[in-house]
Design a protein around this ligand. Structure first.
Ligand SMILES: [Zn+2]
Length: 122
C-alpha cells in the first residue's frame, strides 16, 4: 500500500489518501471501500525505511536472509542438516527442544513477514 502511495507522491508531488476496494469471495459477494488511516501509512514508512538497508544488503548478497522456517519460501529452500525427533508435533516444538530458544521477537522474515528472533538463531 505504502509503495503505491510513495510512487504517486514522487511522480505528482501529491500524497493521496489510500483506499482498498474489496469484494468477498462468497456466492453473493459483499463489497466495501476501506480507507487506510494516514497514520498507519506513516508508521509503515518509518518501518520500511529501517528495513531498506537490510533489503539492499540482501539483494547485493552481502547478508543471507534470516529464515522463519515456516513460510513457503523457507520450506522450498530448506536444506536438511539433522534428523528431527518423532515426538515433535511442529517446528516450534523442535526449536524449543533444540539449541534455539525463542525469548523475544525482534524482526520479521524478509520473505514472508513472519516474526523471527535473532537471539534464537544459531
Ligand atoms: Zn520464512
Amino acid at each position: 500500500m505504502l509503495v503505491y502511495q510513495e510512487i504517486v507522491r514522487i511522480n505528482t508531488g501529491e500524497k493521496l489518501p489510500f483506499f482498498i476496494a474489496a469484494a468477498s469471495k462468497e456466492k453473493e459477494p459483499d463489497i466495501e471501500i476501506i480507507q487506510i488511516p494516514q497514520e498507519w501509512m506513516d508508521d509503515c514508512l518509518s518501518g520500511m525505511e529501517m528495513n531498506v538497508k537490510k533489503i539492499i544488503a540482501l539483494k547485493d548478497g552481502e547478508i543471507d536472509p534470516i529464515r522463519c522456517e515456516m513460510c513457503d519460501w523457507c520450506k522450498r529452500t530448506k536444506v536438511l542438516k539433522n534428523p528431527i525427533y518423532p515426538d515433535t508435533a511442529d517446528r516450534r516444538d523442535l526449536m524449543e527442544k533444540g539449541d534455539t530458544v525463542v525469548t523475544e521477537y525482534v524482526g520479521y522474515c524478509l520473505m514472508c513477514g513472519k516474526p523471527y528472533n535473532i537471539e534464537g538463531i544459531i
